[in-house]
Ligand binder design. Structure first.
Ligand SMILES: [Zn+2]
Length: 100
């Protein structure tokens, strides 16, 4: 079954460089932060960041920028990403926990 369990941490291994961090890239998002004061060197200080709207552009390796594709197009939906991850041999579930 090509399915990952919910609540499970998946693995990602970049097909290109073997890096293991995957990032979601969102474009056209609205980012807002609360301005709280002025720093010693005369810059504004901020607290908290909230990100609204935006569209997922791609999921990519955080090291080399390799974007995950389906039918040669970048995957832009979490469901498709989960499907892709579930198909990778290193995520094929074995029963029992492996917590590394
Ligand atoms: Zn990579």
């Amino acid at each position: 079954m090509d399915n990952l369990n919910t609540g499970q941490k998946f693995k990602f291994i970049c097909p290109k460089c073997k890096h293991t961090e995957l990032e979601e890239v969102t474009v056209a998002a609205v980012v807002s932060t609360i301005v709280t004061g002025i720093s010693d060197d005369n810059y504004l200080e901020y607290e908290g960041v909230s990100i609204d709207d935006g569209t997922i552009d791609r999921y990519q390796c955080s090291n080399c920028g390799y974007a995950i594709k389906k039918y040669r197009k970048n995957i832009t939906e979490s469901g498709e990403l989960i499907e892709w991850l579930a198909k990778q041999p290193y995520n094929k579930s074995k029963k029992g926990g492996d917590s590394t």
